[in-house]
Design a binder for this molecule. Structure first.
Ligand code: ADP
Length: 479
């Protein structure tokens, strides 16, 4: 397998000067591959290739664009096992989760292939007999996509598939921690016969490549998934050219257990949303609010379940919690737990890095439950992005809604109850873009995904995803 190259205009080529950077496993810290150290010059060439390919791709019937996508989907499912192993190698998540990611990633491709055929304009009745008003929906142009490391494959297809289905061409810059999954996906794009320049990949320096996306007028749209901090940099930069931008940023999801909830299902649900991908998903529960009447019973159920999780190398049989992505992530989780303990939280299980970390191996952190947590603690008020579940007591619905909404984030929120009136009241008042009612896994390819407030702008998923890559044109005519 040959890595260390970028994909521009349908060809694999080295970065100028041949530079590469190492990709290391977060489980072993050993090198698992190399990627090309591209920069603004490579990004510029990729943008040019995408711009050159745009007119023909935009003019290709949606049905035919969809056929390319379905071919890509077929190849992804055929190669599911090696693609999943690459995710686990460079990102650390358990192989079972990596396989699920590839299946999920492939679903975005299928869905977009089908939906591309349904992009339709409209005619609007005129106010005078001699006029006609048409609305056209046209692909916006070259898209610059910047993707994160937590879902190295799915976050690429979630952007690239609807962009291509809409008739746009793309340049992708994947996260520096996980470029190998991107490279493997692009090999499949090539194998599927995607015309040269329609999809391009540039690995390398984040800020300079990002700046090129912002400053190059041939890029008409930026789509980004990552931290709120970087999202704000991109949004400021996009202002100069009033460049269209969609942002899928951080979260601080509340998980509310009301007194009438099915506590077993709620405990199962919290384990799923909190500990999947070692707590490194933007929609994972960050803080659990538990009604005081059921607090002890819920805590006991939760801790019993969390103790059964198995930390280890994602490639090892039976592992359910892999490592954190890097040292910075490990340090942040340790700092949040330390801060909570200093402020009176009780460590009910976990609470430290596993011995492997101390021995200079992976960045493992034990799955942790913190009792008696409060909103003053960082682990409750900030995005921890790790396997730590802080439990906060609450007294009534009004109080918990206030606590849940008291954040600058607004991506996902979860609540468990069997009272249908409460379902309606609470779902309507939560200021979040994605709500799971007794459902710990609300994200599906056919539904909108995105946040309120500082969690983002725009939506991915379903028909909403395609809208982000289309311009609306009004044509008025006198006949
Ligand atoms: P995290 O903190 O979770 O790694 P980031 O927002 O830093 O999230 O990273 C998400 C993506 O944004 C990655 O592909 C990363 O390389 C990229 N990135 C980081 N900094 C910048 C920047 N200044 N401009 C453009 N992209 C950036």
């Amino acid at each position: 397998m040959q890595y260390g190259e970028i994909y521009v205009g349908g060809r694999w080529v080295p970065a100028d000067g041949g530079g590469t950077f190492e990709v290391c496993s977060p489980s072993t810290r050993e090198r698992v591959g190399r990627a090309a150290a591209g920069g603004p010059a490579e990004a510029r060439r990729a943008i040019d290739a995408a711009a050159d390919a745009f007119p023909a791709w935009a003019a290709t019937p949606a049905r035919d664009r969809g056929l390319f996508l379905l071919k890509i989907r077929d190849l992804m499912l055929e190669r599911l096992e090696p693609l999943a192993r690459t995710i686990t190698l460079e990102q650390g998540k358990p192989l079972k989760e990596a396989r699920a990611e590839i299946a999920y990633a492939a679903e975005f491709v299928t869905w977009s292939a089908e939906e591309g055929k349904r992009v339709a304009g409209e005619t609007i009745p005129a106010s005078t007999p001699n006029k006609r008003h048409l609305v056209l929906k046209q692909p916006i142009g070259v898209v610059g996509a910047i993707t994160p490391w937590n879902f190295p494959s799915a976050m690429i297809t979630r952007k690239v598939a609807p962009a291509l289905a809409a008739g746009c061409t793309v340049v992708v810059k994947p996260a520096e921690q996980t470029p190998l999954s991107a490279i493997e996906l692009f090999r499949l794009f090539h194998e599927a016969g995607l015309p040269a320049g329609v999809a391009n990949l540039v690995t390398g320096e984040p800020a300079p490549i990002g700046r090129e996306f912002l400053e190059n007028p041939r890029v008409r749209k930026i789509t980004f998934t990552g931290s709120t901090e970087v999202g704000k940099i991109l949004m400021r930069g996009a202002a100069d050219q009033v460049k269209k931008i969609s942002l899928e940023l951080g979260g601080c999801a509340p998980f509310i257990v009301f007194e009438d909830a099915d506590l077993d299902k709620a405990a199962d649900g919290l384990v799923i949303t909190k500990f999947r991908n070692a707590g490194q998903t933007c929609i994972c529960a960050n803080r659990a609010f538990v009604h005081e009447k059921v607090y002890d019973a819920f805590q006991e159920r939760l801790v019993g379940r969390v103790r059964t999780l198995k930390v280890g190398d994602g490639l090892a049989e039976g592992t359910t919690i892999g490592p954190l992505i890097d040292r910075a992530a490990f340090d942040k989780v340790s700092e949040h737990v330390g801060d909570a303990v200093r402020q009176g939280a009780r460590v009910l299980c976990g609470g430290r890095g596993t011995p492997e970390s101390g021995q200079g191996r992976g960045y493992f952190y034990e799955p942790t439950v913190l009792g008696e947590s409060t909103p003053a603690m960082k682990v409750v008020s900030e995005e921890t992005f790790g396997p730590v579940a802080p439990l906060v007591r609450f007294r009534d619905e009004e109080e918990v809604l206030r606590l849940a909404n008291d954040t600058t984030y607004g991506l996902a929120a979860y609540f468990y109850t069997r009272d249908v009136g409460r379902v309606v009241r609470v779902m309507e008042r939560l200021e979040y873009g994605i709500i799971g009612v007794n459902d710990p896994a609300p994200a599906v390819p056919q539904a909108p995904f995105g946040g309120f407030k500082e969690s983002g702008i725009g939506r991915e998923g379903g028909k909403y995803a395609l809208e982000e890559f289309l311009e609306i044109k009004h044509v008025a005519m006198i006949v």
